[in-house]
Design a binder for this molecule. Structure first.
Ligand SMILES: *[C@@H]1O[C@H](CO)[C@@H](O)[C@H](O)[C@H]1NC(C)=O
Ligand SMILES: *[C@@H]1O[C@H](CO)[C@@H](O)[C@H](O)[C@H]1NC(C)=O
Length: 178
């Protein structure tokens, strides 16, 4: 699963595909219950010298362990949202060119906020807008020797929700049996 910004329709498709894959996996074992797990939020942590905060958590149920950051902000700023020109339905959301190291951001949040030691499966943008903002936005970029936040001026596209999904385990505990 790519971590580059993706159109909302693609994100929805990926989540569906994830769910379908999971159901296919458990279908082979008739003894297995179909478990959905409630997602969790992150606490505020410093990632590459800036504070990443999550707002009011809007919980949901997911086929694998998931952490959701609603109203995600970096030092109070929005993360820019965009994808490769020509890929999406909305031609405005192309300023980042799809470059935004969201997978790395998930890795850092999982390490620093929840001490997760498993394997990250996907970093998904599950809520974003291509609307114009006059506010300064940020992107996380790969640079020589690591990663750094870079600021972007006014323009189109902001991320509202970032979701970090863990690889499915053989057995999930503490889930809701449906
Ligand atoms: C996290 O940061 C946000 C934004 O700065 C702030 O409103 C919130 O109170 C902080 N949460 C905690 C638990 O410190
Ligand atoms: C997406 O974010 C907006 C702005 O915060 C919010 O009003 C809306 O309810 C969110 N949509 C979903 C599906 O979570």
């Amino acid at each position: 699963m790519g971590s580059r910004g993706a159109p909302a329709s693609l994100v929805a498709f990926r989540l569906l595909a994830l769910q379908a894959l999971y159901m296919y996996c458990v279908a082979g074992d008739i003894e297995e219950d179909f478990l959905l797990i409630q997602d969790k939020s992150f606490s505020n942590v410093t990632v590459y010298d800036r504070e990443v905060s999550c707002g009011q958590h809007r919980p949901g149920l997911f086929p694998t362990e998931t952490w959701t950051c609603n109203d995600i902000r970096v030092d109070g700023m929005r993360i820019a949202y965009g994808y490769y020109p020509g890929l999406g339905a909305d031609s405005k959301c192309t300023e980042t060119g799809g470059f935004d190291e969201l997978r790395e951001l998930c890795e850092q949040l999982l390490k620093k906020s929840v001490a997760f030691t498993g394997k990250l499966w996907g970093a998904q943008v599950s809520n974003a807008t291509c609307d114009f903002t006059k506010d300064t936005r940020v992107t996380l970029n790969m640079v020589i020797g690591g990663f750094e936040w870079q600021e972007m001026g006014p323009g189109h596209g902001m991320i509202e929700t970032l979701q970090c999904t863990a690889f499915p385990k053989e057995e999930e505990h503490g889930g809701t049996v449906l």
